[in-house]
Design a protein around this ligand. Sequence first.
Ligand code: ATP
Length: 203
Amino acid sequence: MLKVGLTGGIGSGKTTVAKVFETLGVPVYYADDMAKRLMQEDATLRQKIMNAFGKESYTIDGQLNRVYLSSVAFNHSKKIEQLNAIVHPVVIDHAAKWMLQQTSSYVIKEAALIFESGSQTRLDYVIGVYAPETLRIQRVTQRDKIEKEKALARINKQMEEEVKMKLCNNIIRNDDQTPLISQILNIHNQLLAKFSDNKETLK
Ligand code: ATP
């Protein structure tokens, strides 16, 4: 099975593209959603987070205290690095185990931070989803009901989009100009062919 990463900046449309791949029967692991779930449910991870950021990281009724953690982490780049260093390895391992349980020709791991977390070393192929910054700002302000400045601040905290796209094996342009579905179908067919080639080579 091929392990495929799907990445892109905030509002590029990773999740939207991933849902289309799902309709083609491709299993998708949503790493950012899973990270939140593991931070809530994984006892070892909870303890590590509390050790690093204090008991306030969880509310009295045991819920992840997102407001507190965001205020600590997002105001100090070192703290966000520290949080990522705790969470990413757990998600990477969890995704690897999930992949082993799938039986399709290829699987997709959708994640905002693939290169930043080093998880590309455990993937065979990475697809980038690209959209121009103005469009990403427009999408994020509409989706999250936030001000333009806040959306821009989130975007600016991430790796530069052009740099990220250069690291990808293939790029899907989700720019409201280029037809999206045909790009996805093209890559789907390429990946199925790549899987068949690999199988032949291994015979
Ligand atoms: P994030 O990293 O913030 O989770 P994302 O890259 O996963 O973002 P999406 O959530 O897929 O991006 O898209 C952002 C918003 O833009 C969503 O509201 C989505 O419905 C909308 N959107 C994305 N692509 C398209 C498109 N091709 N046509 C219409 N709306 C789109």
